[in-house]
Design a protein around this ligand. Structure first.
Ligand code: GLU
Length: 449
């Protein structure tokens, strides 16, 4: 029992709150799904550090069904790229039920990869070669998302293969309508198999966490899909993942999500969490009633809505000082003989575009009115992404061009200013130093040498 038990408590509290919900129906158009325990209810959350939290029936096995769709779409995007996949599957919300005939007039292109028509085409697009058969590739990919070897519930597969005439009909319609280079009719059996892959709620949370974590499974460190693919999949989940209630879900819950008719539901808080619920009683659109309620409440409680004031972290810039404030900038004032004015700005944490803007703004605010000197202290910065690096290099270069002596305490050379590491946009007059003292000493040591 540690402090992090508080996270499990949050899940337990939601479980208690919604376990009593008895609304909804078990799916029965695939007969074995109607045998599920209507009381089953699991919740799980996995952080970007791979910390696992769960409650209820989080280890109970069920089939992926539609929750397989975003992951097979991710595989297709990884193999073929967005442009090629987009030629055959659109990315427009259909506003229609999962099994609707959502095909573009004339071209026959399905609206998106989250409805059955689009998912069948997506599955058909996965290469099928003798040494790497299509379903083998799909099962490998799903397993890597989950972080463990998954298998197929053969009974559920056989049952859907027997009763799945509507999906077969969809595949025939697609084939009759369009110039698709692959055969959706042949692929429909593979689609049924991917729907019958067995998972637990914790597996689903790992799969969602992998998408939230830029395609890298936070449990195994496996780079399952490239980061841009993870972002593309999350975008389509956000607009199309919740059947015909996708708009309302994005409005109220604000997270990319995908539900399936066996009662599984995933949601991803990009760069935050993977969330999952399992409870097989479904609302009329085919989404788990308890899952929808619990993940909705969790998003609200943890402030996960994507449009909700993302990172107003005031802590990027931790110090703004000048030599006139010796207590705040003791190292800076040393040796300045009180004549040269030196400003110091310190930052911490991971710097992205937003953080870089704050740092540059703080430098402008802190910089002495007359020509003077600034020290940017990056010693407590843990990461600088490429956008932030380019912005900081260019902003510091501008200061130097304005005649401001500009130094950076950057022992890890996060701005790549050291000789031999220069990137486009750097400025030779911006000097990196291992410590703030050395940076400040250089600033006050007279004309540039
Ligand atoms: N195998 C199911 C079907 O294609 C999946 C549907 C779903 O989960 O929405 O009908």
């Amino acid at each position: 029992m540690g402090a992090a038990e508080a996270v499990t408590d949050a899940l337990r509290e939601l479980h208690r709150r919604f376990a009593g919900l008895r609304d909804g129906q078990l799916a029965d158009y695939i007969p074995p799904l109607a045998l599920a325990d209507p009381g089953a209810f699991g919740l799980a959350l996995i952080s970007m550090d791979g910390h696992r939290y769960s409650t209820g029936d989080a280890d109970a096995l069920f089939t992926l069904q539609s929750v397989s769709k975003p992951f097979v779409y991710a595989l297709a995007l990884s193999v073929l790229g967005l442009d090629e996949v987009g030629r055959w599957v659109n990315a427009e919300p259909s506003g229609e039920a999962f099994n609707a005939i959502s095909l573009e007039p004339v071209t026959g292109r399905p609206d998106n990869a989250m409805v059955n028509a689009g998912a069948i085409v997506t599955t058909a697009l996965i290469p099928d070669t003798p040494d790497a058969p299509r379903f083998g590739r799909i099962l490998d990919c799903l397993s890597r998302f989950a972080g463990r070897r998954l298998d197929v519930d053969e009974q559920v597969y056989a049952s859907e293969a027997l009763t799945g005439d509507r999906n077969r009909a969809l595949a025939y319609l697609i084939r009759s309508a369009g110039p698709l280079p692959v055969d959706p009719v042949a692929a429909v059996e593979t689609y049924f198999r991917q729907c019958a892959v067995r998972v637990t709620t914790l597996d689903l949370a790992a799969m969602a966490a992998t998408l939230a974590h830029g395609g890298v499974n936070p449990l195994t460190g496996d780079a399952v899909v490239p980061e841009p693919v993870a972002a593309q999949v999350l975008a389509v989940m956000a607009t199309c993942g919740m059947y015909d209630t996708s708009g309302d879900w994005l409005l109220r819950v604000g997270l990319p999500a995908k539900s399936g008719v066996s009662g599984g539901l995933i949601a991803a808080g990009p760069a935050r969490f993977g969330l999952a619920a399992y409870s097989p009683l479904l609302d009329p659109t085919g989404t788990s009633v308890r899952g929808r309620a619990a993940l909705g409440a969790l998003s609200e409680r943890l402030g996960l809505h994507l449009m909700h004031n993302p990172a107003l972290a005031g802590s990027t810039v931790t110090l703004v000082a000048t030599a006139d404030e010796p207590s705040a900038a003791p190292a800076v004032s040393r040796g300045s003989a009180g004549r040269e004015r030196v400003a110091a700005v310190a930052a911490q944490g991971a710097l992205d575009f937003t953080a870089a803007e704050r740092v540059l703004y703080a430098l402008d605010e802190a910089r002495p009115r007359e020509t003077g000197a600034v020290v940017l202290d990056l010693r407590r910065v843990t990461a600088v992404d490429t956008v932030a690096r380019a912005m900081l290099r260019s902003g510091l270069g501008r200061l130097a061009e304005d005649g401001v002596r500009t130094a950076v305490a950057d022992p890890a050379d996060r701005l790549a200013l050291l000789p031999g590491t220069a990137e486009q946009g750097g400025h030779p007059a911006v000097r990196p130093f291992p410590s703030r003292e050395e940076a400040a000493a250089w600033c006050v040591s007279g004309p540039a040498g």
